[in-house]
Write a protein that binds this ligand. Sequence first.
Ligand SMILES: [Fe+2]
Ligand SMILES: [Fe+2]
Length: 358
Amino acid sequence: MEITQVLRNSTLFGNLDTEVLAVVAGQLAPLYYGADELIFREGDLADCYFLIALGDVVLTKGSGIAQREICHLGAGSGFGEMGLVSDEPRSVTVCATVDTRLYRLNRDGFDALIDSEPYFARNVLHLLSGRLRSSDEVASQVLLRAHQGLIMSLSQLAESRDKETGGHLQRVRDYCVLLAKLMARHPLFEAEIDDHFIEALYHVSPLHDIGKVGIRDEVLLKPGKLTEQEYTEMKCHAEIGSRSLETVMQYCQLDMFRVAQNIVRSHHERYDGTGYPDGLTGNAIPLEARIMSLADVYDALRSRRPYKEPMGHEKAMQILLAGTNAAFDPQILPIMMENAAEFARIHDQYDGATGSPE
Ligand SMILES: [Fe+2]
Ligand SMILES: [Fe+2]
């Protein structure tokens, strides 16, 4: 392809006058790179701009296990403008992924165009703002996936100590999300519950008993009823879990982790203040923990345990109702009652190792 045609097809030079393009074409030096060949490395001196005539390059950041791909660029795209504009070293590493033909424009030629061609300067600005936006999006996606991965692996760790409750984590997650969605439509809670809150609940509710990893096997896995001392020990799981989430929060004050910590610490609080570990009363118990406590107790009632048979849906609901005002938020429970069949359906859907009385 003619060099001026390559310029015409490019985002940075495409709308410049023909005479200007001819001058630029005279300054371009052709270069060839084979597959996997390094073009420049992050931290290198930035002294030129590259325009891709043919082929494909990959931009990466970091090295070793921290290396992450930013994007691929093909014919008509260019790279290297960031270092020239900012007078900083290269911010990425660029490698050819296939046989690639480039044109190189040195710094003087690039700077002269910025000074003399308003269209070129505007194109560069446009390109830079686009790059900034997309690298922001990539970074937040990477971060979000890292957070979700962390939460998921912690949940699996919690579950690995408590295999007898098969299906419990999925069911509790679904009860919590269903309840929160129903509450979001209710005038009493619509201001407090938004999509972010519901998404956080979905991801972090399986963590509620993460602190059980710190409880001795003889207590955690005891087939019979716990003695008073063992029960006291078991109750420590709320604080043990809360401390591990606190450590996470020291590194990252993300809403999702705050919701997680509230659930982990306060899911055994009772509305009347007789719960643990803090004896919180009423609305002082975080909303996410009030939701979790209903979901957790409903599922526990309906599940087989070494010391008890599973209970039917109606009976479980009666017991929850009896606990209104004492254990559960009297404003949330009616919302659950009105939609009781949906909770029963979730239970039946995941009903596996826990068994069902019917
Ligand atoms: Fe618990
Ligand atoms: Fe639980």
